[in-house]
Design a protein around this ligand. Structure first.
Ligand code: EZ4
Ligand code: CO
Length: 402
């Protein structure tokens, strides 16, 4: 089956998405997500200028060989732009293979390993009372796991605390936008939040918290220790992981489980963290870590070292990435949790999909391939809108040092 054409579709139904569509001489088509929040057009250009010309005429069945060709053949390896582009090709080819086989992608990956994909949602609040109400809404919807974020008193624009409920998009106006930060105000505040949430919801609800890379290892160690009585399922991105060995220090001091990896683009970004058992959950995603082929390689390495998956699943991952993630999640042995932020109605209309939520689980559905399509006509009604993620600054205006 030859690849005859491929094109990039950029649209903004609620937020920007970059989608690659691959066409074949047998009439089958496949799609892959290539969205990189705030840097969408860089990936679109990488695909259009450098990747698509290499795909035309290739056998669409050779998923592994095409992956190796795109990764090694470019000479320049890794990085989020490259790996998101490779991910889009890889995901689209799995979609095509599934459609040709007449099977959902999770069947090609070994079949279902569990009843469904346990997901967590984001509960945000301006204060503890508000967040208790938000957690209760998720519990009412059947969620077994909830991420809890509360605005810290004295920090005006905290990254990660959204005014929108159920939907959450941290990117806003194009150009320079700021979020503020104070470790001194944050560290003593968070344990009190979790004391109240745990007291209200009992011992069984899985609770998570995202630090968004804003602490040093010793500060994160302190936070992990202070949170131990509330038995979090994970503490996310306590520090940036450019320095993988930084996690050793956190690990020495706390039994609070650690999760990291939403900004990673390859197995090389996490191999030390995994091999030294410095983390408990690896949060790499289909779209930013080289597609289904490479993500599975990361999760297999993780399985050898008692690390479970916990894939990123915010709204800047399109329904195409979400569908692909669910097929992987359902099939692998070491699945942990899947993040799930609901897309807006506009996004869902542009990307009709077979996956569905019920009783705390997402199910990828049984449609052949990924089970998601792109309505190109509707997509054309939502042109790209420049938007970028904010920069964290300290209260004195310093760009956050880590
Ligand atoms: O900051 O998706 O766990 N989820 C997150 C997200 C990310 C955004 C970045 O694009 O941290 O909200
Ligand atoms: Co996060």
């Amino acid at each position: 089956m030859k690849i005859t054409n491929a094109k990039v579709i950029v649209c903004s139904p609620g937020r920007n998405f970059v989608t690659l569509k691959i066409e074949t001489d047998e009439g089958l088509t496949g799609i892959g997500d290539a969205t990189l929040n705030g840097r969408e057009l860089a990936v679109a250009a990488y695909l259009t200028e450098h990747v698509i010309p290499c795909l035309i005429g290739r056998d669409a069945h050779q998923i592994e060989d095409i992956w190796q060709y795109l990764y090694k053949g470019a000479y320049w390896r890794r990085g989020p732009v490259t790996m998101s582009a490779i991910a889009a090709v890889d995901t689209a080819l799995w979609d095509i293979k599934g459609k040709q086989a007449g099977l959902p992608v999770h069947q090609l990956l070994g079949g279902r390993s569990r009843d469904g994909v346990t997901v967590y949602g984001h509960a945000n609040g301006d204060d503890v009372d508000e967040v208790l109400g938000e957690v209760a809404k998720y519990v009412d919807l059947g969620y077994r796991a909830v991420r809890v974020q509360v605005a810290v008193p004295g920090i005006e624009h905290s990254y990660g605390v959204s005014a929108d409920k159920l939907f959450y998009e941290p990117a806003d106006a194009a150009g320079r936008t700021l979020a503020t930060w104070s470790t001194e105000r944050y560290l003593p505040f968070v344990p009190d939040v979790f004391a109240r949430v745990r007291a209200e919801f009992g011992p069984h609800l899985k609770l998570l918290h995202d630090v968004h890379h804003r602490l040093t290892p010793i500060e994160a160690a302190r936070l992990g220790k202070d949170l131990e009585p509330y038995r979090l399922t994970w503490l996310e991105d306590p520090v940036p992981a450019d320095l993988q060995e930084g996690f050793r220090l956190i690990r020495q001091h706390t039994t609070t489980p650690l999760a990291v990896g939403e900004v990673f683009s390859s197995i090389w970004d996490c191999q030390q963290l995994i091999k030294e058992q410095l983390i408990d959950y690896i949060r790499t995603t289909v779209v930013h870590a080289g597609g289904i082929t490479h993500l599975r390689r990361i999760f297999d390495l993780a399985a050898l070292h008692h690390v479970r998956s916990g894939s990123h699943g915010a709204t800047d991952l399109s329904p195409v990435a979400m569908a692909a993630a669910l097929h992987v999640d359902l099939a692998i042995p070491n699945f942990g949790l899947q993040e799930y932020m609901r897309h807006t109605a506009e996004t869902d209309a542009v990307f009709p999909h077979a996956y569905s939520y019920a009783d705390g689980y997402l199910q990828p559905g049984e449609a052949p391939g990924l089970g998601v399509e792109l309505d190109e006509k509707l997509a054309a009604e939502y042109p790209y809108k420049p938007a970028s993620l904010p920069t964290n600054t300290l209260l004195d205006g310093t760009v956050h040092p880590w």
